[in-house]
Write a protein that binds this ligand. Structure first.
Ligand code: UDP
Ligand code: MG
Length: 316
């Protein structure tokens, strides 16, 4: 069975649509499936829509978070709850075309364990967005040592890969990169990002900046090395300037101006503060990990009757 996991945050208009689209395509292809909606603390009627859909379609399962925990947590919750032999994760705004699911499923049948959805085109977005996304992916690709510039969260994973992902202990996860990190027999499928038909993107520019910083820190220590490199650069400059000052002193041409002094204080001061900030951010993340809080809390579940555990629940 194929489990399709759909994280949903304020997607009331898309729930029914997504479920019927996926149902239509997978039924014609004769693929046994379940749909797992994860309602990530939506503020609209997403949950009611999920309940309605589940009542109509026995293949639909719903998980309700106690509040908004973010897409990464929603995807992991979906994977943890899914019962399929393979699990696909996709956006429920249908920007990830469900037709590609079939292609991915066929590759899985051929023995691939991780099938990555790769963006052929990025769809419509602003120039600012594209440039900053490009910069972020360049950095993260270096950290993971895999080209991530066209990576997406649209993936199909074999049960073994899912178990491997779920066994990772960290709280701060970056699904897109972790799915490459775990390895396994991997292949990719290209798809065109579709336009969103209903609702709006949940990402503001600021939230994307935060997302980028968080994931760079979560996935690499490169920023800490930047501190070291900056330190070395300043040290070299200090030696040169120090030498110059000493030479001037001994040759009787002592510097009169304070310009150098002021500049040095400014440069070193700001470098020290930036460095402390970076270290502080890492410590903050370590603190979060050490607390070991769960990635998400589930307040409610509904299982479609097509699922074995749902039948069991009714018996008990
Ligand atoms: N999403 C979520 N929790 C969040 C934000 C988004 O589960 O806090 C879901 C959202 O419902 C959608 C997917 O993540 O299914 C992608 O979000 P969106 O379409 O807003 O992102 P974009 O396509 O603009 O990158
Ligand atoms: Mg979207």
């Amino acid at each position: 069975m194929l489990s399709v996991i759909l994280p949903a945050y304020n997607e009331e208009k898309m729930i029914q649509k997504a479920a019927s689209e996926i149902d239509r395509i997978l039924t014609t292809e004769r693929i046994d499936y379940e749909i797992v909606f994860v309602n990530d603390g939506s503020k609209d009627h997403t949950w009611e829509e999920i309940e309605k859909t589940a009542a109509q379609n026995p293949h639909v399962t719903g998980i309700l978070f106690s509040r908004n925990f973010g897409k990464e947590s929603a995807m992991l919750a979906g994977l943890a709850e899914a019962a399929g032999d393979c699990c696909a994760v996709m956006d429920c705004d249908l920007q990830h075309p469900p037709e590609t699911l079939v292609e991915m499923y066929r590759l899985w049948e051929q023995g691939y364990e991780v099938i990555e959805g790769v963006k052929r085109t990025r769809g419509k977005e602003s120039a600012m967005h594209r440039i900053s996304a490009g910069l972020f992916y360049k950095m993260i690709s270096k950290a993971v040592k895999i080209d991530m510039s066209r990576a997406s969260d649209f993936k199909l994973l074999d049960r073994r890969a899912v178990e491997a992902l779920l066994s990772l202990p960290e709280r701060n996860v970056f699904f897109r990169a972790l799915s490459s990190w775990i390895g396994f027999r991997t292949t990719s499928v290209e798809f065109d990002v579709q336009e969103r038909t209903e609702g709006e993107s949940k990402w503001s520019t600021w939230s994307l900046v935060q997302y980028a910083i968080k994931n760079i820190v979560v996935f690499s220590t490169a920023a800490l090395q930047f501190v070291t490199i900056a330190g070395i650069a300043v040290f070299v400059a200090a030696i040169l300037l120090g030498a110059e000052t000493l030479i001037r002193y001994f040759t009787g041409h002592a510097v009169e101006g304070f310009t150098t002094v002021i500049l040095l204080i400014l440069i070193i001061g700001s470098l020290v503060m930036i460095s402390l900030g970076i270290i502080g951010y890492y410590i903050g993340k370590i603190y979060e990990e050490v607390k070991g809080r769960p990635r998400y809390l589930i307040s409610k579940r509904i299982s479609g009757s097509a699922r074995p555990d749902a039948a069991l629940e009714q018996l008990l």
